[in-house]
Design a protein. Structure first.
Length: 189
């Protein structure tokens, strides 16, 4: 499915569009099940014809490379950027001299918008973009939508306990969440 490219992430200082396809975030406290939902949701969206790009925020140091592998050894030898490629995929690893929190707009610039109809973002809950909040009352964490005007829906395992005018979605039903996303994309056209 090819969607009309309307910019969604904008530079709030100048309102200049910086990414040409829709971006939708999933915001929640740790332990809510963002990755679990997304791993179930992505295949459903693909079945419906969408090409999905994904950006995930990690709150810790991570390494996708392994000691002993050529790419790891070359990067550890001092290559600030390491691109490894095969006939199946490529990966770019960039080491920063000074650690800093990633900025979503910069990461979006690393994606090829010609290969995506929708970018899903896990984390980055403080960034400006439309988001679906995931909430499990048993975790005892506060709702995010009350302080975040960018939240467009709430998915919860107990939607009946949430007082809001936002659409309420069943967290454990990825098909219902996919239906909401498809409707949201259609409303953007």
């Amino acid at each position: 499915m090819t969607t009309t490219r309307k910019p969604i992430i904008e530079n709030t200082m100048t309102s200049i569009p910086i990414f040409p396809c829709p971006v939708l975030g999933f915001a929640a406290w740790s332990g809510t099940g963002k990755t679990t939902l997304l791993t179930r949701l992505i295949p459903i969206l693909r079945e419906r014809g969408l090409r999905i790009a994904m950006i995930k925020h990690a709150h810790h140091a991570f390494d996708i490379d392994q000691p002993g592998k050529d790419s790891y050894e070359l990067r550890k030898a001092g290559a600030a950027q390491m691109l490894i490629a095969s006939s199946h995929r490529f990966a770019l690893m960039v080491d920063h001299d000074q650690p800093h929190e990633p900025v979503l707009a910069e990461l979006l610039g690393k994606l090829d918008p010609a290969l995506a109809d929708l970018v899903l973002v896990e984390g980055f809950k403080a960034e400006r973009m439309p988001k679906i909040e995931l909430h499990r009352p048993a975790l005892g964490k506060p709702m995010l939508f009350q302080d975040d005007p960018d939240i467009i829906a709430v998915a919860s395992n107990e939607p009946g306990t949430i007082q809001t005018s936002l659409p309420l979605l069943p967290l454990d039903d990825p098909r219902a969440v996919a239906d909401f996303i498809i409707d949201w994309l259609a409303a953007r056209d």
